[in-house]
Design a protein around this ligand. Structure first.
Ligand SMILES: *[C@@H]1O[C@H](CO)[C@@H](O)[C@H](O)[C@H]1NC(C)=O
Length: 203
């Protein structure tokens, strides 16, 4: 386990309410042992086991990429922009299409566009988990293009599913410029330099 993860877990342990970690659990999986602790969901009071600090996956730097830009009343976080004239998808909005947040009581009519979106997103994600491809049989009406630093290809989940390239090009140029600028600073500490080289792998 990485030292930072251990450190975070220590903070969590020392800051937690007494008793919260009383019912610890250890489970054995193919890769080794996992230690967890029983906790209680804040909203519903339901007990659950929490396993923290599991190194679980490679960073999302594969060649099949997507952007979620769909907007509807299901976009819980994007809704905050409506009063400023912005009807845009926000970070985390996709979760309400992948899962049904019962406490929000979001209506979902089988004849609605939102419903098709829920179908399309869950199909793409579960296909990817099962077959390593979001649309292996082309049934989503799109052939997933491969992302390379040249093609910059991805699929946009908008009102339709469409392959496109150069997502958020203007914003990407801005951040790339800032990144290149910071990298040239000679006085940069080795810690910050390693943070920057971490981001190198994304393009
Ligand atoms: C869902 O996918 C179908 C193709 O299977 C497409 O015709 C439709 O436009 C998609 N709907 C949405 C909301 O993305």
């Amino acid at each position: 386990m990485m030292p930072t993860t251990v450190f975070l877990i220590q903070i969590l342990i020392f800051c937690s309410v007494p008793g919260i970690f009383s019912e610890d659990i250890t489970v054995e999986i193919a890769q080794g042992k996992l230690s967890g602790a029983q906790q209680t969901a804040i909203v519903t009071g339901t007990p659950f086991y929490s396993f923290k600090g599991i190194p679980y996956a490679k960073p999302p730097v594969g060649e099949l990429r997507f952007k979620f830009s769909y907007f509807s009343s299901r976009n819980q976080y994007g809704q905050a922009g409506v009063k400023y004239g912005l009807s845009l998808a926000s970070h985390f909005d996709i979760e309400n299409y992948l899962f049904d947040p019962k406490s929000l009581n979001l209506p979902l009519e089988a004849s609605s566009e939102e419903y098709t979106m829920v179908q399309n997103i869950t199909t793409a994600i579960t296909n990817f988990a099962k077959y390593g491809e979001p649309s292996p049989d082309g049934s989503l009406g799109v052939n997933w293009p491969k992302f390379t630093t040249k093609s910059l290809a991805y699929v946009n989940f908008g009102t339709t599913l469409e392959s496109s390239k150069g997502a958020d090009e203007k914003d990407m140029k801005f951040w790339q410029g800032l990144y290149d600028h910071v990298k040239k600073i000679k006085a940069l500490s080795s810690g910050w330099r390693s943070v920057l080289s971490f981001f190198d792998r994304f393009w």
